[in-house]
Write a new protein. Structure first.
Length: 197
């Protein structure tokens, strides 16, 4: 059993989301139940405005992320975009160190044939001050309504399952490699609280 702690963030802040269902499948089927799930609908965070104090949900969420060695962001494509709740979480983290130098596996979700936009969007932003580290592998789960419902029920399911095992294994390998040097990396950036623009 790996000593790597993984936090899965279901970034869909709407009820009955596929993102939450997929997050549960990732935890149960691909991480042997060894993960925390952060549900940005059930544990909604207030919109960051720089004035409002952190709520219990904010503190609990950042604590779960702080305790994790590896992160998975499950991101639905909404109007071609990542949900605002994900950006809001990144704002609450800001230049604090809960995410710094932790590997993140991105999982794009679409009921149809979308999902690539959110991968491109999130890969191009959000890491500057959080210092999170996107793994080179990502997943795009299309036709998600039929995926992993029943064994063999969705076409391509076998391939996607194999690909998901590969991506999760890679995430855990990155986490294992980064864990021993993380405190050094965090200490070294003390002089440079923000990434360069
Ligand atoms: C507000 C909204 C906008 C959406 N826009 C897109 C889109 O641009 N591309 C797409 O492939 N699916 C889109 N969908 C459908 C999603 O793929 C579908 O809801 C899927 O289940 C997303 O995951 P979720 O259930 O976690 O929200 C949209 C859904 C919502 C609720």
């Amino acid at each position: 059993m790996s000593d790597i702690r993984t936090a899965i963030v279901s970034t869909a802040h709407r009820p009955d989301s596929q993102s939450l269902r997929v997050s549960q499948v990732l935890k149960d089927e691909f991480l042997q139940g060894n993960a925390d799930i952060i549900d940005l609908y059930a544990d909604a965070l207030p919109m960051w405005d720089g004035v409002t104090a952190a709520t219990d949900n904010v503190s609990k969420t950042l604590q779960t992320i702080d305790q994790a060695d590896a992160l998975i962001f499950v991101i639905p494509e909404w109007h071609g975009m990542a949900p605002a709740g994900l950006k809001n979480l990144l704002l609450w983290c800001g230049a604090q160190q809960q995410m710094a130098h932790k590997p993140v596996l991105l999982v794009g979700i679409s009921a149809a044939v979308g999902g690539a936009f959110v991968i491109a969007e999130v890969r191009s932003s959000g890491y500057k001050n959080t210092r999170l580290v996107f793994t080179p592998e990502h997943l795009i789960l299309r036709g998600v309504g039929d995926l992993w419902k029943e064994e063999g029920s969705a076409s391509g399911e076998e391939y996607l399952s194999k690909r998901t095992r590969f991506a999760v294994e890679q995430l855990l390998d990155y986490a294992t490699a980064l864990k021993p040097i993380r405190s050094k990396l965090v200490a070294a950036q003390a002089e440079f609280g923000n990434g360069m623009s």
